[in-house]
Design a protein around this ligand. Sequence first.
Ligand code: NDP
Length: 309
Amino acid sequence: METTKCLIIGSGPAGYTAAIYAGRANLAPIMLEGLQPGGQLTTTSEVENFPGYPDGVNGQVMMDDMRAQAERFGVDIRSSVAEKVDFSARPYKIWADGGTCIEAETVIISTGATARYLGLDDERKYAGMGVSACATCDGFFYRKKVVAVVGGGDTACEEAIYLAGLARQVYLLVRKPYLRASRIMQDRVLKHPKIEVLFEHNATGLFGENGVEGVHLVKRQGKADEQRYDLPIDGFFLAIGHKPNSDIFRPWLETDETGYIKVIDGGPCTSLPGVYAAGDVADPRYRQAIVAAGSGCKAALEAERFLNE
Ligand code: NDP
């Protein structure tokens, strides 16, 4: 049985920032970096909204830099996934893949969230070449271009409005004959001169030589008047929800109905003392690297205080 003062689960901006702070505070943290080291940012191309990079930075490069910074402060980063936890008593028990059990006095959960995709092969084919699940991250590349957003919830409406500030034309692809979003968001979208809502539309594929040039659409799929056609677009944005990576923690921690870990007063404290949540796993609202990094910092500071007390 291994023991640690501080175990960090997950390695996006939240996890690495927590690791840097915990490392500098001599907590000798262990980090289980998970299946996708660096997290969601490693799948975007350029990050232009993280302060400190006036010329922007490649998402993978930024995550490699954060990792190197954590290593500099002695963080024991392991290429490993947390498979099971037992938070019934302190010290908390965490089992990594391979069966190793670690006992931790404090745990920082920074496992992130996963954007949901439609499951089309073309989404993978054009990843980083016109397909995105984050308008705030990638919208800037579509100035004066034509984009489609998939989804009918608040996120989709918000992303469509954000993109309409940059793009020439935005199509909102909604599978139902109505929007699920709040009334106010619906009104904004429906009245926006640059947004056209295509109700009862499903995307079945994408096409293009060196990136997305268009989307294959089906209108009123399965109905007698079903119609198939191609719509030329430059960018394809998914906004059909996110899934927080919190499954193994749900029996032990309070979460909302989607699975986002509930935190106290917007800070990193969860319903259990010594267990903290940072980054997208606890944040359905902002989902930004800089916010995640800030919450990772708070989590490490809280862990340090908890251990001192
Ligand atoms: P939602 O679950 O609310 O909406 C998801 C949307 O994606 C729905 O319109 C759904 O369609 C559609 N969808 C799901 N799967 C598919 C699919 N396979 N093909 C096509 N369409 C699909 O997720 P959101 O991310 O929009 O919002 C999550 C939560 O966060 C909500 O509670 C929301 O209110 C909240 N939120 C609040 C904001 C704010 O207050 N400013 C901003 C953003 C989010 P269907 O309706 O047919 O199921």
